[in-house]
Ligand binder design. Structure first.
Ligand code: MG
Length: 153
């Protein structure tokens, strides 16, 4: 069995009047994330990690933010499409969301269920703050890191 591992990183700015969507789950919050699609920073990081494991480049190549077709698009669809392209089986996903607010613990189980509904894999979601430091600490946006392990055919 050969397992390839890919890493993904993404970040988005908070913006008034936008929805906050994480792993396909809409989280109640006074601000959402800015972006061309639904700006689902978690789905983007996982998709990039999967594309990396599969040796297929990055999310911007396959789902460019200049394409009108992806305006406000649900980013879990990007992940779904990338799974089809990857050709292997995702055996594990580990991800960390980094933000000061909102507190994500109460939403963790729902987000994990939403993502695994697409991937059919193990998935562990972690959340942390940036201890008040830098742009994340000032509440300007949210970042996500993800690692995907892909069993190759
Ligand atoms: Mg993104």
């Amino acid at each position: 069995m050969t397992v390839a591992v890919g890493i993904g990183y993404d970040s988005h700015r908070f913006e008034d009047g936008r929805r906050l969507v994480l792993g396909g789950v809409e989280i109640p919050h006074e601000r959402g994330l800015a972006g061309h699609s639904d700006a689902d920073v978690l789905a983007h990081a996982i998709t990039d990690a999967l594309l990396g494991a599969a040796g297929l480049g990055d999310i911007g190549t396959h789902f460019p933010d200049t394409d009108p077709a992806y305006r406000d698009a649900p980013s879990l669809d990007f992940l779904r499409t990338a799974i089809g392209m990857a050709g292997g089986t995702i055996v594990n996903i580990d991800a960390t969301l980094i933000c000061e607010e909102p507190r994500l613990g109460p939403h963790r189980a729902e987000i994990e269920a939403s993502v695994t509904g697409v991937t059919g894999s193990r998935f562990n979601l972690k959340a942390t703050t940036n201890e008040g430091m830098g742009w994340i600490g000032r509440g300007e946006g949210m970042a996500c890191m993800a690692v995907v392990s892909l069993e190759l055919p």
